[in-house]
Design a binder for this molecule. Structure first.
Ligand code: HEC
Ligand code: HEC
Ligand code: HEC
Ligand code: HEC
Length: 496
């Protein structure tokens, strides 16, 4: 009643405020559209003045750099390692060292061996070669991973796919292409050299669109300024024995829709060594989560914040130093928000802090669920009794991973991310309650013992990893096999 009266009384003022607000938003989006269109003319001029003709899939970005020195010079800056924000940055951060609970969450899976925060695109190939997750394939028999693991690391990937065929590429062993995949994420990953338009070089994205009945060729420029990134910054899995890279989007892109897709085909990435739950590993659903957030809903694309325009005299170009937008608030947030740098940073940190507060709780309870499940198995619980528990653990950990694996989610879509984590916490508790019921039913009165997993080393020992062996095998691989790959790559002019 009161609200209604208030509305009647202030009707005119409210309508005017609403009207003015709408004008402002429309104006801002208009500016965005105009600036994107105006850019097309500049790109045409650039294109007509190019110095070398690029044909086919040229994975050596240095060659493109001859034609487009500004984009090339800024692209090289992705090698920078100095920037650090409160929760992210472009240096090397050993996440397992910081959060040893994660070792237990991934027991039985390669991520428990080694997991670092992402750094710049420049290091994509180095990092996949160095990580313990790819093992030490000094011979092809010792190969743990499929070639699919190269998929989001290099423009040599579409080049090799064109050469050997897409299916053959995925079904090969990872080390087969060691001397071929040598250039980090570069121009050919995102551009067609014939017109410099954004081009989708990864079949998995186009195939996912096809299965949804959408045509990726009919997307707008603004959509492509995100789709370029969605080739890699998405959730995916390796389908079947052919390890065919597939985006699980057939039912939609929300956390639940992707889970339904996996449940329906009874997919699992691995079986957890403690709880025996059939687990899913979320990769990095940056794109899916971003699309649910306030900025995507206002029509923004990844490039608006991660590749802001930069000026060089009269020339305006896209900054190809893809990194945290907090590095250049004046050219990212402040192009749209009339707010101080301090306030804008504060908004980002507040979202992140609040969400990570929930994450910390979730991780503790998830670890307890795995350990309690193992305890129940050890006490003789039956498969039938444990079935609902394992389902809950799988669902709880999927939610946790989906929310945290993409390192930008807590800013990109804070409400959605917090919602997903809330469900994870709920399911972690439900799993523990179920286990307690089973134990009570079996007459077990002991407390469930919790191990000391306060450091990465202790946690890795607890889950039974022989880290010394893994590390010495890797060192051997790095000093024998990898240098041979590089010599061969140089001989074949794969790198300049
Ligand atoms: C991760 C994807 C990605 C990579 C890698 C990439 N670009 Fe771009 N590039 C973009 C996006 C997005 C735009 C903006 C397109 C638009 O607004 O239409 C762009 C725009 C451009 C343009 C148009 C002018 C401008 O600056 O807006 C040129 C020229 C260009 N890039 C050159 C290069 C070169 C040279 C390389 C390699 C050194 C490269 N790009 C690597 C995504 C990429
Ligand atoms: C070909 C696959 C691929 C494409 C395309 C791609 N990325 Fe990445 N991106 C990666 C990988 C892999 C890493 C991690 C590299 C590492 O840690 O060695 C990464 C890292 C990042 C980082 C962390 C950088 C830092 O400084 O910490 C950001 C931010 C990022 N990407 C944003 C984007 C955006 C925005 C786009 C689209 C314009 C994009 N990426 C396109 C694969 C890709
Ligand atoms: C409205 C601005 C904005 C847009 C649009 C945006 N991001 Fe972000 N992104 C951010 C901010 C802010 C962060 C947090 C940076 C930090 O903590 O230093 C971030 C973080 C990230 C990170 C983690 C960086 C790291 O250092 O680990 C990745 C990866 C990323 N974004 C990718 C994307 C992709 C892919 C898209 C499009 C699907 C996108 N972003 C769209 C603002 C944006
Ligand atoms: C291209 C324009 C653009 C850029 C760049 C941009 N924003 Fe926004 N932002 C918007 C629009 C439009 C809205 C919605 C405003 C509204 O409806 O009142 C928004 C909303 C927000 C909100 C409120 C979100 C909510 O929950 O509704 C925050 C906080 C915010 N932006 C922070 C940032 C930060 C921090 C950056 C830089 C990392 C950034 N924005 C970059 C256009 C932009």
């Amino acid at each position: 009643m009161k609200i209604k009266l208030f509305f009647e009384k202030h009707r005119a003022a409210l309508l005017w405020t609403l009207f003015a607000g709408t004008i402002v938003v429309v104006f801002l989006l208009g500016l965005l559209a105009a600036s994107v269109t105006e850019r097309r003319a500049e790109i045409a001029t650039l294109f007509n003045n190019k110095r070398v003709e690029i044909k086919g899939i040229e994975s050596r970005s240095e060659i493109w750099g001859e034609n487009y020195p500004r984009e090339f010079e800024t692209w090289k800056q992705t090698a920078g390692m100095e920037f650090k924000s409160r929760h992210n940055g472009n240096g090397i951060t050993d996440i397992l060292e910081e959060r040893p609970d994660m070792v237990v969450l991934w027991a039985g899976y390669a991520f428990a061996k080694d997991y670092s925060a992402p750094r710049g695109h420049f290091y994509a190939v180095d990092d996949v070669v160095k990580t313990l997750r790819t093992g030490a394939p000094v011979t092809e028999e010792l190969n743990l991973q499929p070639a699919t693991c190269w998929a989001c690391k290099s423009p040599d990937v579409p080049r090799m796919m064109a050469e050997v065929g897409i299916e053959k590429f995925y079904s090969s062993k990872w080390s087969v292409f060691g001397s071929e995949i040598v250039n980090p994420i570069g121009c050919a990953d995102c551009h067609n050299p014939e017109n410099m338009n954004i081009a989708i070089s990864r079949p998995a994205l186009a195939e996912a669109y096809d299965r949804q009945g959408r045509d990726i060729g009919k997307t707008t420029i603004q959509e492509r300024r995100s789709l370029a990134c969605a080739q890699c910054h998405v959730e995916y899995y390796f389908k079947g024995d052919g390890k065919y890279l597939t985006f699980p989007w057939d039912k939609g892109m929300s956390m639940e829709q992707i889970e339904n897709y996996y449940d329906e085909i009874e997919f699992k990435d691995w079986v957890h060594t403690l709880s025996k739950a059939p687990m899913l590993k979320a990769q990095h659903p940056d794109y899916e989560i971003f699309m649910m957030g306030p900025h995507a809903q206002r029509g923004l694309s990844c490039a608006d914040c991660h590749m802001p325009y930069k000026s060089d005299g009269a020339i305006k170009y896209s900054d190809h130093h893809v990194t945290s937008p907090l590095l250049n608030i004046d050219r990212t947030c402040q192009t749209c928000h009339r707010d101080s740098k301090e306030n804008l940073i504060k908004y980002v940190y507040e979202y992140q802090d609040k969400i990570l507060e929930t994450r910390n709780r979730v991780e503790k309870e998830l670890v307890k669920a795995h350990i309690a499940a193992k305890f129940a198995w050890d006490k003789g619980a039956s498969e039938k009794q444990m079935e609902p528990v394992l389902k809950l653990i799988r669902a709880a950990q999927w939610r946790w991973d989906f929310a945290v694996a993409s390192h930008g989610a807590s800013f990109h879509a804070p409400v959605e991310t917090q919602r997903i984590l809330a469900h994870s916490l709920d399911k972690s508790y439900q799993a523990q309650l179920e286990i307690n019921k089973i134990l009570t039913g079996m007459g077990v009165k002991e407390e469930i013992p919790l191990p000391d997993i306060s450091t990465k080393d202790k946690a890795q020992k607890f889950i039974g990893l022989d880290m010394q062996k893994l590390r010495s095998d890797k060192d051997n691989f790095m000093t024998t096999t990898v240098p041979q790959w590089l010599v061969k790559a140089k001989e074949n002019k794969r790198v300049l």
